[in-house]
Design a protein around this ligand. Structure first.
Ligand SMILES: Nc1ncnc2c1ncn2[C@@H]1O[C@H](COP(=O)(O)OP(=O)(O)OP(=O)(O)O)[C@@H](O)[C@H]1O
Length: 536
């Protein structure tokens, strides 16, 4: 196709899936002549010179975030250029895990005698590649899932104090290059104080942006959720797609999102690349929220967790080791293990099974028998997942239904369970798969809208060794496979905690809450998040 005229690239005879085919030269190095073939899902690169025998390379458009055409710097150069940016998952050197790694290719095209014609041809390729690279929506979730527009405009909020204080640097060095490749437009706000993001999203005209993105830990994202829920137009505002790029010490939501996408980012760098890639692809999926109400009349919305006892203590007490990043939680756990505390109070909950549809083939009691998981049963994750799925299929609790859950000043209703023990080492209500990068507590959660609160509690009496082993198992998500008689797991829709004293720490999404009577309840699919999915 290097001929003297401008040939139309198009489907070849007999090759039904070929959309475009053309001859290019790869630049800068290693130079070589290539035949590029574009199919609906892939870009095939076949080297024709110098060694035509060499195996071809294939770029999957599912891994592609952007493609440009442009002219060369040399004004005498009549060729046009095409750059394509992909982030395929590849095995990491020296490691067994895979991670998204950049693969950028630039090709020169000179199929015409004039620059204009070559530029037109290159742009035709670039536009087609961009069009085919748009995230496909999983068929079975049609209507629930959507995609950000190709020309995205984002409001990006950066907490410069998050994690090791590197968020701003990470934005410019790690995130911005991908935004540029994906042609993402953005407005950047670097927060100067706590709650600034909360106030900003509460008061701002959000119609200017396709999504609001935080570059920080879970704390800044918590501000955004609560700012949106404080608006008078909260019903529509909370549907604004949200994104999170990890740059804090607690990156639980970011880690969960990559897990839902089927990617096990091995280290922080991979996690950031993976999340930025997902943001560029722009798949928007529903996300459950949990409303937290306190006896003093405070209302908060939570996307991640509520914790009382050991976990909150570690979270808050390890603040002073913030500069250690994620490792601060390991150190905090060891310190708190050495002086283990217990917390007295009443824990009650609405089991997920109790809200099941009556017409289902499972009765509530059958499901609750299956679903309450005492860790002394030698049960496995598969069983838990199938139980959780059974509950999910049979209990679509809408926001309206959940809103009818008992007010905090009313007694516990009959369909709730009151835990007979009243002394705990920890209580944790989790609604994502991870509570931290190394805290893989709920492997049964496979999407941000699994319509369940996953309640874990550890009864007093557990030995330090057992608790330490439990936390070590959690790192690999293996804790469900082992025997822990003091640990209980149960999928629920709502909970209430009535501490007997105000000593101790409570946290919502890692943010401290004064210890007192508190109630949480699930709001299915209330928010929307940019995420990945294993469903295709
Ligand atoms: N400019 C700022 N200065 C101080 N605090 C801020 C600022 N911007 C946001 N914050 C607050 O900092 C806290 C921690 O933020 P974030 O979670 O994003 O980072 P982190 O390192 O993961 O922290 P943590 O693990 O404590 O949640 C949050 O309470 C957030 O509201």
């Amino acid at each position: 196709m290097d001929g003297q005229h401008c040939p139309e690239e198009g489907p070849q005879k007999g090759a039904t899936h070929v959309l475009l085919r053309g001859e290019f030269t790869q630049v800068p190095e290693p130079k070589g002549r290539y035949t590029l073939t574009l199919t609906p899902a892939e870009l095939h690169l076949q080297r024709t010179q110098p060694d035509p025998e060499s195996r071809g390379n294939v770029l999957s458009l599912a891994d592609c975030i952007g493609c440009y055409s442009f002219k060369g710097k040399d004004p005498t150069d009549l060729g046009a250029y095409l750059s394509v940016f992909c982030y395929p998952e590849k095995k990491k050197r020296w490691r067994s895990q895979t991670a998204r790694q950049r693969e950028a290719r630039t090709f020169r095209l000179e199929s015409c005698r004039d620059l204009e014609g070559n530029l037109k041809a290159a742009e035709r390729w670039a536009a087609k590649i961009r069009e085919l690279s748009v995230q496909r929506l999983p068929e079975e979730n049609e209507g629930l899932y959507s995609c950000l527009p190709q020309a995205k405009q984002l409001l990006v909020l950066v907490n410069p104090q998050g994690g090791k204080g590197q968020a701003q640097h990470l934005f410019y060095s790690q995130i911005l290059p991908l935004f540029t490749e994906a042609a993402i437009g953005f407005s950047l706000v670097v927060t100067e104080r706590q709650n600034q993001a909360w106030e900003l999203v509460r008061d701002e005209d959000l119609s200017r942006w396709d999504a609001v993105v935080t570059v920080s830990g879970d704390g800044l994202f918590h501000e955004v959720i609560n700012g949106l829920m404080e608006r008078s137009d909260w019903q529509s505002a909370i549907k604004k797609p949200l994104g999170i790029l990890p740059a804090g010490s607690g990156n639980a939501l970011a880690k969960s999102i990559t897990y839902y996408a089927g990617n096990d980012a091995a280290d922080y760098q991979d996690l950031l690349t993976s999340c930025t890639f997902l943001l560029c692809k722009g798949l928007v999926v529903p996300m459950d929220l949990v409303s937290i109400t306190t006896a003093s009349g405070k209302h908060l919305f939570s996307f991640l967790s509520f914790a009382w006892g050991f976990i909150s203590d570690v979270d808050i007490e390890s603040e002073k080791y913030r500069m250690m990043g994620q490792a601060r939680f390991t150190l905090g756990t060891l310190i708190r293990l050495s002086s283990l505390r217990t917390y007295k109070g009443r824990l009650s909950y609405l089991p997920a099974a109790a809200t099941s549809d009556e017409s289902s083939s499972f009765t509530s009691s059958q499901i609750s028998q299956n679903i309450q998981y005492n860790f002394c049963n030698s049960n496995n994750l598969q069983h838990l997942q199938s139980c959780a799925n059974a509950v999910e299929q049979t209990s679509a609790v809408s926001v309206a239904e959940v809103a009818r859950v008992v007010p905090l000043d009313q007694p516990i209703p009959n369909n709730w369970t009151i835990v007979k023990e009243e002394e705990f080492v920890l209580v944790l209500a989790l609604y994502q798969s991870h509570l931290g990068e190394d805290l893989f507590i709920a492997p049964m959660v496979s999407k941000p809208d699994d319509n369940l609160i996953h309640l874990f509690y550890v009864k007093a009496g557990i030995s330090r060794t057992s608790l330490m082993k439990f936390f070590l198992d959690i790192e690999k998500g293996k804790h469900l496979e082992h025997s822990y008689p003091h640990v209980v797991y149960v999928p629920i829709k709502a909970f209430r905690i009535e501490p007997f004293t105000s000593n101790g720490t409570m946290t919502v999404d890692g943010e401290v809450l004064a210890c007192g009577v508190v109630q949480g309840q699930l709001h299915s699919r209330l928010a929307r998040i940019i995420s990945g999915t294993k469903i295709q």
